[in-house]
Design a protein. Structure first.
Length: 501
């Protein structure tokens, strides 16, 4: 693909002094600056309610934030001091937004910008509708150059709210202007999944119901809610992780080959997958909630003991799902999705288990078990691929043992937000979520929130979810695969015991 070109622009961050800007957006922008994508004419305007903040204060705040990330070069300090601006939003009244519009025009005039603008909503979801409305009413949805609106997840709380938010966005912004961001799609290994599938003639012919037994997608976190009770009590794991992150990994794994590597072609194939998923029944979903337990030798509290959490809260911190796709490629192949907090370790993996050989040549050897080939795609940490295969153990008696073909990236990976922000500024929507995707996804999951309302089973922190999760999988005649540790993966010899419960 050709190198991406970024035109001079003004990057406007609504919520410009918030945690997202501090931890993710600012370091990503700084890396783009160091890589030469952001020229001297481009600027960053932070818009926030921070009392007493002005241009000088915002520039110091940005320099200090970058220094905390180990990015304290003189080049970046000069960039902050010459290209950063701040505009207070007060209580978000109409006059405050008029002030934002006026400041944007002043900066563009003073720096000779042509009107290219990225409007990034680094805000709580409840602030999306009023912010979009005011930006649109003031005409900030259009300019002499291009205007792009970036919306963080979660996009809606259910199907109805997603439909309403999409309608509101489209009232002021075209779909071609709208970038619904999911930072998982910016990860190098997620993008490499497409290259792995469609760039290798070895695997794509095997990627179907004839050769694959099941697919498991795991997004595990060892942390708890980390002082986010106010958000998590109204969200839960289904809204926070399943509807967006896991669903994106699911669609990329299951989609057909796109006609071209472009936004419309890829997003069209992802929507086809979602529309082919059978309705999720109550027997196909399990909710869980972490209880007190031990992780890495440290005692940790349960969800209900976290500050700000209701003592009798039933909010789920763990979700396990079984999805069935009714199409020619995947009919009969279950896709198992799970995510949770306070699990044994932080890991994101896609595990593709292939079917056993139809005829065993080794049935006469009582102790000679044949294990299925398993392809494990690791997204974090230690991004890479592992493929298990069977070989004969040296010596006698005749036995088979499992070995891995092993690949890991040995270079510094771009930050996910670095990749996605570059795409926003270059006008590439390939890695962003289309309105149809959001709505198709919520059509699947909304019944789980309102019609079934599964009970959240307790599980001790440090375990791989509630025991019923493994019981239910056992009823399918399968096991959840436990991700091998990075140490065993690096050895290239992760055993089946490490890969099965």
């Amino acid at each position: 693909m050709p190198a991406k070109k970024v035109e001079p622009h003004l990057f406007v961050v609504m919520g410009g002094t918030g945690d997202l800007m501090h931890r993710k957006l600012l370091p990503a922008l700084a890396r783009l600056r160091e890589a030469g994508y952001l020229n001297n004419h481009s600027g960053v305007l932070g818009v926030a309610r921070t009392p007493g903040m002005d241009d000088a204060g915002f520039r110091k705040w940005a320099c200090d934030a970058l220094a905390e990330e180990g990015m304290a070069s003189e080049q970046l300090r000069t960039w902050c001091e010459t290209s950063f601006y701040f505009e207070p939003i007060g209580h978000g009244d109409v006059k405050d937004y008029h002030g934002v519009a006026k400041r944007i025009e002043e900066i563009e005039k003073a720096t000779n910008l042509s009107g290219n603008r990225a409007l990034y909503l680094a805000l709580p979801p409840a602030a999306f509708p009023p912010t979009i409305t005011e930006l649109g009413k003031l005409g900030l949805n259009k300019s002499k150059g291009w205007t792009r609106l970036v919306i963080e997840k979660p996009f809606g709380r259910d199907l109805q709210s997603a439909l309403e938010l999409n309608a509101l966005v489209h009232n002021y912004f075209d779909e071609s202007q709208t970038y619904r961001i999911d930072h998982y799609l910016g990860k190098e290994t997620v993008q490499n999944l497409l290259a792995f599938r469609f760039g290798n003639a070895l695997f794509e012919p095997l990627w179907n119901r004839d050769r694959i037994d099941n697919v498991q997608i795991t997004v595990a976190e060892d942390l708890g809610i980390e002082k986010r009770a106010g958000y998590y009590e109204t969200a839960g794991a289904l809204r926070d992780m399943v509807q967006n992150h896991l669903t994106q990994l699911f669609t990329l794994t299951a989609m057909e080959a796109p006609a071209a590597f472009d936004a419309d072609s890829i997003r069209s194939e992802k929507v086809k997958v979602l529309r082919s998923v059978m309705p999720i029944g109550p027997e196909d979903v399990i909710f869980g909630q972490y209880a007190p337990g031990t992780i890495n030798g440290k005692q940790v509290p349960g969800y209900r003991q976290e500050p700000g959490v209701a003592k009798e809260s039933h909010v789920e911190t763990f979700v396990a799902l079984k999805l069935a796709i009714a199409n020619w490629r995947w009919q009969g192949v279950p896709f198992y999705l799970r995510t949770g907090k306070r699990l044994p370790r932080r890991v994101t993996q896609i595990a593709v288990t292939f079917k056993l050989p139809p005829v065993s040549l080794f049935r006469s050897f009582d102790s000679c078990l044949v294990h299925p080939n398993v392809l494990i795609i690791t997204l974090q940490p230690d991004e890479g691929f592992d493929l298990s295969f069977e070989v004969k153990s040296p010596g006698s008696p005749f036995q088979l043992e499992t070995h891995n073909m092993h690949f890991r990236y040995d270079s510094v990976m771009p930050l996910a937000y670095q990749t996605l922000l570059l795409d926003v500024l270059a006008g590439d929507q390939t890695l962003f979520v289309h309105a149809d995707e959001v709505e198709a996804s919520w059509r699947l999951y909304s019944p789980l929130l309102y019609e079934y309302c599964p009970l959240a089973h307790q599980y001790p922190a440090g375990m791989w979810g509630p025991g019923i999760v493994h019981t239910r999988m056992g009823q399918d005649g399968r096991n959840w695969l436990v991700p091998a540790s990075s140490k065993s993966a690096e050895s290239g010899n992760a055993s089946l015991k490490e890969l099965s419960t």
